[in-house]
Design a protein around this ligand. Structure first.
Ligand code: BTN
Length: 329
C-alpha cells in the first residue's frame, strides 16, 4: 500500500480541481504525478479517507464529487482582499495545532501576515489550558503570525480586534447575528461558535511576535457530549452549510483593516465596535473568575486597553485584565 504524503494529496486534489465535475483521465493523472495506475487507486482511497468525495472509474478516470470546501491556498488566494494577511499560506491536511506550527515558523523569521491553516488538528488548544474540538474539514483552524508595533502590556487588545473582526466577518458572510462574550468568545444564540487564542513571545520591553489562533465552528453537525449545550456551529444555528473559504476571506479582510487602524490610531475604533457587537458590554450582571477569586457585579464597558469594567455591589469599578466571565444575567 502506498500512502501519499501531504503534498502529493494536495497535488492530486489540484489536478482534479482543474476539471470540476468532469473525469480526468488516468493517463493524465499518472503522467502528471509520475505514478502507476495502481498507486493512483491507492491515493484516491487516501483522498476518501480525508473525507473527500472522489470517484475512481476504471475507464473514464477520476473526478471529485462536487466542489470540495477545502481551505486550499489555491481556492483562497483568488478571493483575498488583503494587502499582507494571508498572502503567504502554509496549508496542512492535519497538524497538532496551527498555533504550534506558527510558533516554529515565527521563530524561523516568518513574515507578519503568514497564515497557517489545517483541515484537522489532533491537539487543538483553547484558552486556559483547554483543548479545542477540531473536526476534520468542518471548522476553520487558522493561526496568523503578527509582529505588532505595540508594547507587551498592550497586546491583549489583539484578542478584541480578532473578536470584532470575526464577528463582523461571520455576520457578513453567513447573515447570522453574533454576540461577543468578553474577551473573545463568539456566540450565536448563546452558544460558542468561535474562539481565539493569542499567544505572545516577548521580553519586558518588546514583542517579538504574536500568534493569533482562531477556531470557527462552521459546518460541524454534532459535538462531544461534554460540549453539548455550550458549543455549537454556524451550520447548527443557521440551518445551512456555509463556505469556510468565504468566512475565512472575510475574517482576514476585517482583521487586517482593524489591526492597521489599531496601530495607526489606537484602540478607540476597536473598543467602540466591540461594545456595539456585544450584549455583555454594559449593564449585564456577571460573575468573573479571576483565577482563584470571583467577583460579582454589573458590566460597565471596556477600558481603553480592552479591560472589562465591572461595577461591584459596593459601587467600586474593578478593571478585569484577565479572567473568565462564568455567569451572567
Ligand atoms: C478558546 O478556547 O476559546 C480558544 C480556541 C482557539 C482555537 C484555535 S483553532 C486554531 C488555533 N490552533 C490551536 O491549537 N488553537 C487555535
Amino acid at each position: 500500500m502506498s500512502y501519499p504524503d501531504e503534498s502529493q494529496i494536495h497535488q492530486l486534489i489540484l489536478l482534479l480541481l482543474r476539471n470540476p465535475d468532469k473525469f480526468t483521465s488516468h493517463e493524465r493523472l499518472t503522467e502528471d504525478l509520475n505514478i502507476s495506475i495502481e498507486i493512483l487507486a491507492q491515493w484516491v482511497d487516501s483522498l476518501k479517507d480525508q473525507g473527500l468525495e472522489v470517484e475512481f472509474h476504471p475507464q473514464l478516470g477520476c473526478r471529485l464529487g462536487g466542489a470540495p470546501d477545502l481551505l486550499l491556498p489555491e481556492l483562497i488566494k483568488p478571493q483575498l482582499q488583503t494587502v499582507t494577511f494571508g498572502k503567504i499560506i502554509r496549508y496542512f491536511l492535519q497538524v497538532g495545532s496551527t498555533n504550534d506550527v506558527s510558533h516554529q515558523l515565527a521563530q524561523q523569521g516568518a513574515d507578519e501576515g503568514t497564515l497557517v491553516l489545517a483541515e484537522d488538528q489532533s491537539q487543538g488548544r483553547g484558552r486556559l489550558g483547554r483543548s479545542w474540538f477540531s473536526k476534520r474539514n468542518a471548522g476553520i483552524y487558522a493561526s496568523l503570525i503578527l509582529r505588532p508595533n505595540l508594547k507587551p502590556r498592550d497586546a491583549p487588545i489583539l484578542n478584541l480586534v480578532a473578536a470584532v473582526a470575526a464577528s463582523e466577518a461571520i455576520e457578513r458572510s453567513c447573515g447570522l447575528k453574533m454576540d461577543i462574550k468578553w474577551p473573545n468568545d463568539l456566540l450565536v444564540n448563546g452558544k460558542k461558535c468561535c474562539g481565539i487564542l493569542a499567544e505572545m513571545d516577548a521580553d519586558l520591553n518588546a514583542i517579538h511576535y504574536v500568534i493569533l489562533g482562531i477556531g470557527i465552528n462552521v459546518n460541524q453537525s454534532c459535538f462531544p457530549k461534554m460540549l453539548q449545550g455550550q458549543a455549537s456551529s454556524l451550520f447548527l444555528e443557521g440551518g445551512q452549510k456555509y463556505s469556510r473559504v468565504k468566512v475565512l476571506v472575510e475574517f482576514l479582510k476585517s482583521f487586517e483593516a482593524l489591526y492597521m487602524e489599531l496601530q495607526s490610531k489606537g484602540s478607540h475604533e476597536v473598543i467602540t465596535r466591540w461594545i456595539q457587537n456585544s450584549s455583555y458590554a454594559l449593564g449585564r450582571k456577571v460573575s468573573v473568575d479571576l483565577g482563584g477569586r470571583q467577583i460579582h457585579g454589573t458590566t460597565a464597558g471596556l477600558g481603553k486597553e480592552g479591560t472589562l469594567r465591572v461595577q461591584l455591589e459596593n459601587g467600586q469599578i474593578e478593571e478585569v485584565v484577565s479572567g473568565e466571565v462564568v455567569a451572567w444575567r
